[in-house]
Design a protein around this ligand. Structure first.
Ligand SMILES: *Cc1c(COP(=O)(O)O)cnc(C)c1O
Length: 377
């Protein structure tokens, strides 16, 4: 059986976890948490990176820092993971869904402005498959309407838009280190902060509303409760797992990219025949091989394809039932404009196995089977 995902593991993780345990510092903000934060700051150029317990929590933190309140509206795609909406809905905001572009499956930047009302507070572009949204347009709209931009870059670590790393283009960027992502700590994430004024506030909210971070830096002699907050610090044991992968980030990147390119090469003839569609990487965007997907003709064909692959020992999956069609989406959100592509394209998309360590022979076999399904031997 070829699994759809295997959590990344490089070999050093256990050593590092042992080091964290032996240092008798397994709570938050230990050595490995610091190392991961610094690594991300160096690689992305973000002003500040705070490791969190998940990308969902990083987004919640961004919602708190944006002071999202009851009745506010937040613009996002409907084709995304529930966390994108949850973080804002939890604060009482309404999710305003905008259609996607069929080429990248990202929010259609040309439809955002029409969805803005006097209640709109933020735009949340989701960089699907680690391929950037059209950020120049989105940042321009945000600037003209005085909106905060929170990038859901859960899948976008080490991808770029016009040379800029994803996650540092908006006011906030959120990464995920869930086990299905390119780099993992089981459950975890990071908040990337671009506005100087948000940094201290973020540290306080992440630390249960206390100024403990300043205390640790020796800036004050005792710490106290200064604001509302929560606990968004991951254990240093989890950060130790992640750090082993960040050290080998480029190797993991190359390995995934080889599989991605291999898929594209092998499946190009099927796309040329018009049987399937392959991912599109717009000019100016570089991606991180987070995902390889193909698009079948329609839902029926995709269902048959996934069943066929399963029979051949290949676990291929689909995802994202559009949020506006889900019970909570109906309750907490509304779709602005017409759903031309969101539902239609989501029903056609199938994700092929993709993980660090996927073998070339496996990619070869998967492609053979996809071709066999379409009667191309
Ligand atoms: C994985 C993912 C998330 C959630 O990440 P967690 O770390 O599991 O909270 C949010 N948004 C998108 C687009 C994702 O792919």
């Amino acid at each position: 059986m070829i699994r759809f995902n295997v959590p990344p593991y490089t070999g050093k993780e256990m050593d590092y976890i042992k080091q964290a345990v032996e240092a008798q510092k397994i709570c938050g903000d230990g050595e490995f948490t610091k190392k991961c934060g610094e690594w991300i700051e160096k690689r992305t150029g973000t002003k500040k990176c705070l490791l969190t317990t998940s990308c969902t929590h990083a987004t919640e933190l961004a919602a708190l820092l944006t002071d999202i309140k009851e009745g506010d509206e937040v613009i996002m795609p409907s084709y995304t993971f529930v966390s994108t909406a949850d973080a804002f809905v939890l604060r009482g905001a309404k999710a305003v869904f905008v259609d996607i572009r069929p080429d990248t499956m990202n929010i259609d930047e040309t439809k955002i402005e029409a969805a803005i009302t006097e209640r709109t507070r933020a735009i949340v572009p989701v960089h699907y498959a680690g391929v950037s949204c059209e950020m120049d347009t989105i940042m321009d709209i945000a600037k003209r309407h005085n909106l905060t931009v929170i990038e859901d870059a859960a899948q976008g670590i080490l991808s770029t838009y016009k040379g800029k790393p994803l996650g540092v283009i908006g006011d906030f960027g959120c990464f995920s280190f869930h086990e299905t992502k390119n780099y993992s700590m089981g459950e975890g994430g990071a908040l990337l902060i671009q506005r100087e004024k948000d940094i201290e506030e973020a540290e306080i909210i992440r630390e249960k509303g206390t100024n403990r971070s300043r205390f640790f830096r020796g800036q004050i002699d005792k710490y106290t409760w200064v604001n509302f907050g929560s606990s968004y610090l991951p254990s240093d044991m989890n950060a130790a797992y992640l750090y082993a992968q960040l050290e080998l980030a480029d190797e993991i990147f190359e390995d995934r990219m080889n599989s991605w390119e291999h898929y594209r090469r092998e499946l190009a003839p099927l796309a040329e025949k018009g049987e399937i569609e392959l991912p599109v990487i717009p000019e100016g965007c570089s991606h991180n091989a987070h995902m390889f997907y193909i698009k079948a003709k329609d839902l029926e064909e995709r269902t048959a394809l996934l069943a066929f692959l399963k029979e051949k020992g290949i676990l291929s999956v689909f995802h994202y039932i559009p949020l506006h069609s889900a019970p909570a989406g109906k309750k907490f959100g509304r779709f602005h404009g017409e759903d031309i592509y969101t539902t239609r394209e989501s029903e056609r998309l199938a994700r092929l196995p993709m993980y660090y360590g996927l073998k070339s022979e496996q990619v070869e076999y998967i492609c053979e089977q996809v071709k066999a399904f379409y009667g191309m031997g």
